[in-house]
Design a protein around this ligand. Structure first.
Ligand code: FAD
Ligand code: DLZ
Ligand code: SF4
Length: 509
């Protein structure tokens, strides 16, 4: 194919509308897809995540072939697999001698850096196309951020609503308000009817991948089976239909709730499909808006869901590219503790952490409030090094890619960016977890006890965290009331909190 292009398609670019494919000619150009050791090992990914990515890649390659493309697909266990994108591209150049390399911009810094070195290294043009599956380009986000003192998601989100026209009533937001979050904080009762996510039987391709992952990654975190994720766009569409029908109407109400025996509540479990390219984010939002306009979902549900995608998802990606690579190094509290070992086993007496981590181990999934207010909150209160926290999250969730995971972990959950993403740390004592979940009833600790042996560890850690980081946080107007409460506390009570916290921290090391 001396005058054709080599189109490299990455494992999170499994979209038939991908700009690099849309711009190519299936008769002249050749697609390269490769399962590579570097990507499979830059963190120790959950086994289910590896199986999902490889199986979805293999299915996508088959669909491309069926559509008339010539695809060079390099499986992980191919004898001559070189182990990296750069070396696989080098091998393809030897074989095919293309005129150019074309790739849609990679989602992660690490891969982008590699791609940018290729033109010089290989001595031929490398065209990097903008990833139009995102609504806000990197340049547009930079333009929005320029000159602003604070980069608040809420204002960015309004721009995205105007730009997409989603849930707009002329120039005004549908229902007269931009945000219906105040209605989305109900605790859930066990009596609610929850269908759970759509589940799919592994086919022969997936079964082959399951065997490969079991053999090659036996010591990675997480249970490989049962494996029920969608691995094709058609299955992911079916999962979207299922969500809209069974969970969207109540998505808003119980968005922040946690239940021991209901791992998924009314969440969509679509993030992994959207991030891999099996579902288009804007099309998903349009489907949700249609359901609202047809009277099949209330406004607080539709708005809440759409905000997560055109608001939070676009916003964190904008922040990632605006601030990388220095963002990854941020550690506002200079936290240096090690991640407790139970994050890898789930073996802890704290029922909330045990539930969130066990579920993560079994499903490669936990919902937003579990990630933010249970595992994230605990790590921040305990002073864990944010880099270790980041690596854990990047490894354990099937939807985790650095561009979306890092700002959520480092910024939103650990406040390690010093307040770029949030105006105050999401620090909470056991009371928040008790209010929003049924975990505390089954816990060896007592959420009502503030200090002492039986006290919920979140309680003393909460105050200890605020006191330890007083020099960084006292000036924050949103924490003024909290520090006034601390100031008014009797000295013995303060000492008891600090002693209890020291005992908890000691037990973690
Ligand atoms: P739903 O609750 O059904 O939400 C719908 C969709 O909105 C999601 O599928 C996702 O596409 C989007 N969304 C919701 N919240 C966010 C957010 N804060 N940032 C970006 N998109 C959002 N999301 C990831 O996709 N990958 C990650 O690695 C990731 N790591 C996280 C780590 C922490 C500490 C926190 C607090 C959040 C993280 N999130 C991450 C965001 C969010 O928790 C997940 O997107 C969500 O839980 C995925 O489950 P779901 O598909 O059922 O989402
Ligand atoms: C997550 C992942 C994994 C585990 N393996 C591969 C792989 O072998 N080949 C591939 O093309 N992509 C993989 N991915 C997704 C990539 O990490 C993702 O496409 C890039 O990080 C985006 O920059
Ligand atoms: Fe978690 Fe504390 Fe409740 Fe136990 S008592 S489940 S540790 S919040």
């Amino acid at each position: 194919m001396a005058d054709g292009d080599l189109i490299l398609v990455l494992g999170d670019q499994l979209s038939h509308s991908l700009p690099s494919l849309a711009a190519a000619d299936s008769e002249r150009d050749r697609v390269l897809m490769a399962e590579v050791r570097d990507e499979a090992t830059y963190v120790r990914h959950h086994k289910k995540k590896l199986a999902f990515v490889f199986s979805a890649m293999r299915h996508f390659a088959a669909e491309l072939r069926a559509a008339g493309w010539t695809v060079d697909y390099v499986p992980l266990d191919a004898a001559d697999n070189s182990g990296s994108f750069t070396d696989e591209v080098a091998r393809a150049l030897e074989r095919e001698r293309p005129a150019r390399i074309v790739v849609t911009e990679p989602g992660e810094w690490r891969v982008r850096e590699a791609v940018e070195s290729w033109s010089e290294a290989f001595g031929l043009p490398v065209e990097v196309l903008e990833d139009r599956r995102f609504i806000c380009s990197r340049a547009a986000f930079e333009g929005w951020a320029e000159g602003r003192k604070q980069l608040r998601m809420e204002f960015f989100y309004r721009e995205m609503r105007r730009e997409t026209g989603l849930l707009m009533d002329g120039e005004e937001p549908e229902g007269g308000r931009w945000n219906f979050d105040a209605e989305n904080r109900k605790p859930a009762g066990a009596d609610l009817d929850m269908a759970g996510p759509a589940r799919f039987e592994p086919d022969a391709v997936t079964r082959e991948v399951l065997t490969l992952v079991a053999e090659r990654f036996p010591d990675n975190f997480g249970d490989l089976e049962p494996f029920w994720f969608a691995v094709t766009a058609a299955q992911a569409e079916a999962a979207l239909d299922h969500f809209i029908e069974t969970a969207l109407p109540t998505f808003g109400d119980y968005q922040d709730a946690m239940l021991r025996d209901e791992r998924f509540l009314y969440h969509s479990i679509l993030g992994l499909y959207i991030n891999a390219g099996l579902l288009d984010p804007l099309a998903v939002c349009r489907r949700v808006e249609t359901a609202y306009r047809a009277g099949r979902a209330p406004l607080n549900a539709a708005e809440g869901f759409i905000r997560q995608i055109i608001g939070w998802r676009e916003y964190v990606r904008g922040i990632y590219w605006l601030k990388m690579p220095e963002y990854r190094e941020r550690n506002f509290f200079a936290a240096s503790g090690d991640l407790p070992g139970f994050y890898w086993t789930g073996e802890t007496d704290m029922a909330c952490l045990e539930a969130a981590i066990t579920q993560t181990k079994e499903e490669a999934y936990a919902h937003h409030i579990q990630r933010l207010m249970v595992t994230g909150n605990f790590a921040m209160l305990a002073g864990v090094d944010p880099k270790q926290v980041h690596e854990w999250y990047l490894a354990v969730y099937a939807d985790a890619y650095e561009w979306v995971e890092l700002p959520n972990v480092l910024g939103m959950s650990q406040f390690a960016d010093g307040g770029l993403l949030g105006s105050k740390p999401y620090a909470a004592s056991g009371n928040y977890i008790s209010k929003m979940s049924d975990y505390c009833g089954a816990c060896r600790y007592d959420v009502k006890q503030k200090t002492g042996e039986k006290a919920c560890p979140f309680n003393p850690l909460y105050w200890d965290f605020l006191v330890r980081n007083e020099d960084k946080l006292r000036g924050n107007p949103r924490l003024a009331q909290v520090y006034r409460t601390w100031d008014r506390m009797a000295d013995e009570k303060k000492a008891a909190y600090r002693e209890s916290a020291a005992r908890v921290l000691e037990s973690l090391s």
